[in-house]
Design a protein around this ligand. Structure first.
Ligand code: FCB
Length: 459
């Protein structure tokens, strides 16, 4: 650990108008998976398939937020949140993916938005946080170009209905997870293991983003539109040329494959060569059609950054089919996800994004830690490790702002404990603890700490 990541005792003040929020995603909290006309999503299908989720659980009920949203808004208000980032479940709006709109689904989000605004909380909407309508999956899913067209229809319907009141839009959450994690590694829905498909997915996601941005702007005048990427910076295991080479690949596949096209640089040539060698491009880049790259490079208002950890990267093992091997730094501090706590990587990342890509604004749209601490006999949840995690990452973020990085807001992941995808309910990322038997919510010490940070605009 370097000096700079030590807890600072200097008072830290964020710039005036810095936005403090918390984030969730529809499938992780809503439940009510088959109510009021909601269609099936790929996550319903995936979690209802035995063996896909560590504890065999699913999002059928989750935090029951679909029924408890007024209570959840009151909770956010009591914590002083200024902004709330949540996602829309596409199959609530268009149960078959496109075509017939399900009005009760739109009404749910319309009431939620009105409730937030009445509580003085700014809604930040993510359009796609992974719950593709199963009907679209059955027609080919994201590997099919038609799904990008369907996304634009969906974005149009939602931004027409809510665009008068919602002024911050995120098209996609974490295209890397949707493409490589879900279609190559196979850990997330739909659980494919097909490298060639994952590159088509990545392209169609980026394309649908590029096509949707002008539609959202038209329907929601004066709004700010961006995309959220996940970043897992790597560090080479040794200074050897082979480990640096592995690091280059890791950075290309995790970050540059998305950043470069979004910022008008086309797909990175080194990665095109690597993916070709890996057999991921059997017919070349045939999925890129005339005009696509210009559409993807549409000017956005902000970049959303999700940051949790870094990885150490070393040259591949002979037995491995990946060109690189990644692992968490062995002698360090990890959360219960086995993710290393490494705030300096957030600092370096923010600087790099600013100096290399120049997004006009950056939001940290997710950052947080999984620790299972629950209530003691007095009902207090002493999640000291989460407070330390947040304090250290906010300190790193503040240092980046002092360097001139246009970081304008921070969303803690997550407002409350929820369904952590393939890891199920055992991983608890919430500022607020959830009792899944009774659906009782209880602010953890970290939530009370965050409440003070918001009130003081620092700590
Ligand atoms: C991110 C996801 C989010 C949550 C956190 C822990 O990759 O966007 O939904 O699961 O990880």
């Amino acid at each position: 650990m370097t000096m700079t990541s030590q807890v600072s005792h200097q008072p830290i003040k964020f710039p005036p108008h810095f936005i403090w929020g918390a984030a969730t995603a529809a499938y992780q909290i809503e439940g009510a998976w088959n109510e009021d006309g909601r269609g099936e999503s790929i996550w319903d299908r995936f979690t209802h398939t035995p063996g896909k989720v560590e504890d065999g659980s699913n999002g059928d009920v989750a935090c029951d937020h679909y029924h408890r949203w007024p209570e959840d808004i009151a909770l956010m208000q009591s914590l002083g949140l200024q902004a709330y980032r949540f996602s829309i479940a596409w199959p609530r709006i268009l149960p078959q993916g496109r075509g017939q709109v399900n009005q009760p689904g739109l009404d749910f989000y319309s009431r939620l938005v009105d409730g937030l605004l009445a509580a003085g909380i700014e809604p930040y909407i993510t359009l796609y946080h992974w719950d593709l309508p199963q009907a679209l999956q059955d027609q080919g899913g994201w590997p099919a170009r038609a799904t990008a067209e369907a996304f634009v229809e969906y974005a149009d319907v939602v931004s027409r209905a809510l665009g008068d009141r919602v002024k911050h839009w995120i098209t996609h959450n974490e295209p890397w997870c949707i493409s490589f994690l879900s279609h190559y590694i196979g850990e997330h829905a739909p659980g494919w293991q097909d490298g060639a498909a994952s590159l088509r997915v990545a392209h169609h996601l980026l394309l649908s983003h590029g096509w949707a941005v002008p539609v959202i702007r038209r329907n929601s005048p004066g709004s700010q539109v961006g995309i959220t990427l996940n970043f897992t910076p790597g560090d080479p295991a040794s200074p050897s040329a082979a480990d640096w080479e592995a690091w280059r690949y890791h950075d290309g596949y995790s970050h540059r494959w998305f950043l470069d096209p979004l910022y008008g640089r086309h797909y990175p040539a080194d990665m095109v060569a690597d993916f070709t060698a890996q057999g991921f491009l059997p017919e070349g880049m045939v999925f890129v059609e005339a005009g696509d790259m210009a559409a993807i490079a549409v000017q956005t208002d902000f970049l959303g950054v999700n940051f949790y950890t870094r990885e150490i990267v070393r040259n591949k093992d002979a037995a491995d089919n990946l060109p690189q091997t990644v692992f968490p730094a062995p002698r360090s501090e990890w959360t219960e996800m086995n993710w290393e706590v490494h705030p300096d990587s957030l600092y370096n990342l923010l600087n790099r994004l600013h100096f290399e890509y120049r997004p006009p604004q950056i939001f940290i749209t997710e950052n947080g830690a999984s620790y299972a601490d629950g209530p003691d006999s007095q009902g207090q949840i002493k999640d000291e490790r989460r407070i330390a995690y947040l304090r250290r990452h906010l300190t790193a973020a503040h240092r980046a702002i002092k360097n001139g990085v246009p970081l304008v807001g921070y969303f803690g992941w997550s407002l409350m404990d929820n369904f952590e995808w393939a890891r199920g309910y055992r991983q608890r990322f919430g500022l607020v603890w959830v009792n899944y038997d009774t659906q009782q919510r209880l602010p953890k010490d970290s939530a009370l700490w965050y409440q003070r940070v918001i009130a003081e605009n620092g700590f």
